[in-house]
Ligand binder design. Structure first.
Ligand SMILES: NC(=O)c1ccc[n+]([C@@H]2O[C@H](COP(=O)([O-])OP(=O)(O)OC[C@H]3O[C@@H](n4cnc5c(N)ncnc54)[C@H](OP(=O)(O)O)[C@@H]3O)[C@@H](O)[C@H]2O)c1
Length: 335
């Protein structure tokens, strides 16, 4: 089987032929139809991720068909069309992951390959309304957005939410989820075109964060947000504290722009804000996310697809983030 293998930081992934995978006890082998990229894959190739241990097949997201089952696995999985929950060994607490938590695609070989071996407990049926590319785009970003918006963010119908950097894979899911939940959604982006695309998906307004006066405009043009969902941090974080409604929540699942330059704790306590971290999600979050996607018939936004052999080109695109939604690698021919 072909696999796109990470050997060294800042070196291209190498397409290699590897032996077909044999499932260990409790595991299955999924023949992948499509995989999807996450910023995590890019951070790893740049050496900006903990625990880098090459060689490893990157890729946390995949969708395909179960072709082999290991000892002790229910044989009815054979032939089923599945997606894979990439969060392994979450543990027993809904509040936070265990110290054993790890993510498919480092340290364990991931989905940028024709086959992946995973514990059977990670499998879920492919949502019937999604094609292979859409199904592959869902897992990691979908569960991260779901936990940030609902499990940690506690979003309720009628509330106002601000989602930053709307071109991001997780952010586009957060937008779709919040709109489906009946919230008033506003967004930020570095691109007016992406703001227009967000409006087409139901955002009520948007602000270009490259404009120094964006936060002043936002304060004047939108209700103060009850919930802010952010993955940038950095210098712009101070504006989020200023914009949040009294009693509001700010959920961070990333810090793409680094730590906040300043954290005005006076505003935090006087406004009774809650600053909340969030990372991917528990098995319960994943199941709830899937149920929500099925109930509302939501479709992941796939910006562009590349064949597996062009995975390096897809990763290179992530340097400047021109995307709106997800990059997908097609693995099966004629997809
Ligand atoms: N904790 C977790 O479990 C978890 C899970 C997934 C992702 N993450 C982290 O979350 C971040 C986003 O991940 P992703 O996969 O959604 O990435 P992505 O699809 O590559 O999205 C990147 C987007 O981030 C936005 N952005 C960049 N700099 C920004 C800034 N200064 N202010 C506001 N927005 C900015 C841009 O939006 P515009 O193009 O609209 O400007 C860009 O398109 C990454 O840091 C990632 O490592 C964490």
């Amino acid at each position: 089987m072909n696999a796109l293998v990470f050997h060294a930081v800042k070196s291209p992934l190498v397409l290699e032929v590897r032996p077909a995978l044999a499932p260990a006890a409790g595991e299955v082998v999924v023949q992948l139809r499509a995989a999807a990229l996450n910023r995590r894959d890019y951070w790893i190739t740049q050496g900006m991720y903990p625990g880098i241990a090459p060689p490893v097949v990157l890729g946390s997201d995949g969708a395909g068909v179960v072709v082999r089952t290991g000892e002790g696995v229910d044989a009815t999985w054979l032939g089923r069309e599945v997606i894979v929950n990439p969060g392994l060994d979450w543990g027993d607490s809904q509040a936070a992951q265990s110290t054993r938590f790890n993510i498919l695609g480092l340290p364990r070989d991931g989905t940028f390959a024709q086959e992946v071996a995973v514990p059977a407990a990670q499998l879920h049926d492919r949502p019937p309304h999604l094609d292979w590319r859409e199904a592959a785009a869902l897992p990691l970003a979908g569960v991260t957005a779901y936990r940030a918006v609902f499990s940690q963010g506690g979003l309720r119908r009628g509330e106002t939410v601000l989602i930053t950097g709307i071109g991001g894979g997780v952010a586009t899911f957060a937008l779709q989820f919040a709109v489906a939940a009946g919230a008033n959604v506003y967004v930020t982006s570095s691109s007016d075109e992406k703001l227009a695309r967000a409006a087409a998906l139901g955002a009520r307004g948007g602000f270009n964060y490259r404009d120094d006066a964006w936060a002043k405009r936002a304060a004047a043009e939108m209700p103060a947000p009850n919930l802010i969902v952010d993955s940038a941090g950095g210098p712009g974080y101070a504006s989020l504290i200023t914009l949040a409604a009294p009693g509001g929540r700010i959920v961070n699942y990333g810090a793409t722009a680094g730590p906040p330059e300043k954290l005005d704790l006076f505003k935090v306590f006087w406004k009774q804000l809650r600053l909340q971290g969030s990372t991917m999600g528990s098995p319960a979050d994943f199941a709830a996310m899937l149920a929500f996607v099925n109930e509302h018939q939501l479709k992941p936004i796939v910006d562009r697809t590349f064949p597996l052999s062009e995975g390096n080109q897809a990763l290179a695109q992530m340097q400047t983030s021109p995307q709106f939604g997800k990059y997908v690698l097609t693995i099966a021919p004629n997809l």
